[in-house]
Design a protein around this ligand. Sequence first.
Ligand SMILES: C[S@@+](CC[C@H](N)C(=O)[O-])C[C@H]1O[C@@H](n2cnc3c(N)ncnc32)[C@H](O)[C@@H]1O
Length: 277
Amino acid sequence: MAVLTSTPELHAENYQFLQRHVYAETGIVLEEDKHYLFDCRLIPIVRKLGLATINDLCSLLQRTHAGEVSRQVVEAMTTNETYFFRDPGQYEAIKTILLPRLIKERADTKRLRFWSAASSTGQEAYSLAMLLIQAGLGDWDIQILGTDFSSQVVERARSGKYLQIEVNRGLPASLLVKFFRRADTDWQLSDAVRRMVTFDTIDLRKPMRVLGPFDLVFCRNVMIYFDLETKRKILEELHGTLFRGGWLFLGGVETAFGLDKWFERHCAGNSIAYIAR
Ligand SMILES: C[S@@+](CC[C@H](N)C(=O)[O-])C[C@H]1O[C@@H](n2cnc3c(N)ncnc32)[C@H](O)[C@@H]1O
């Protein structure tokens, strides 16, 4: 039986190869102390391919530029942690500050557009959709776009199906009862919510202005993985996707440097919204 390596045996040059590969494909910077991540995330791929070690996987990638394997490796290295109504203060600010303003401003068209950039398995986009229905906007023309680099998480988001453990995180019981039904041991989100959201695979480093204009963009808990130059470029592009006065929310612990040219930092309830200039 093949013996699988643990991280200490990953050759230094292969570690650097993987770091470079993931950076080139996603912009994600994996620091020197992230050996364990390669270990736990790549071993399943090594096993599936019938290889013995992560070093063998690196040789395969270098020899053949194996497109599908390369994609699997890169997607395995993305961190997809997310949950319903993450950073609840931001949803509260949308409900109590942004929506009342938009309802007045768009009374004629009744049209609103939102974007969950780096949407992972979809909880962020669907939380927003549920909030909008709860706010009485179910009959408005509302489009929510959810995008992510990883096609695997986009597929899951599209399905609208969640595990018990996922609906236990952040989702109020009243919304579980109202918007989900049991599907064996999982929970299926209702069509009324799903039809408000479309999902697509998009790399945030690509030009994005054509996607807009949006009233609100979530770009949360993804910038932390990028270097400063990548962050700066993405923030400039995000600005280009927003209506003037549109809101950008970053992750609760993320800060944005050098944003003053494009965004005004605004205390929205107990959250920080970046308002497009
Ligand atoms: C930690 S999740 C954040 C999910 C959600 N925004 C939240 O805050 O709960 C980060 C997501 O960013 C995605 N991602 C990483 N690099 C990306 C890139 N270059 N373009 C688009 N998405 C990317 C990952 O696939 C992952 O699903």
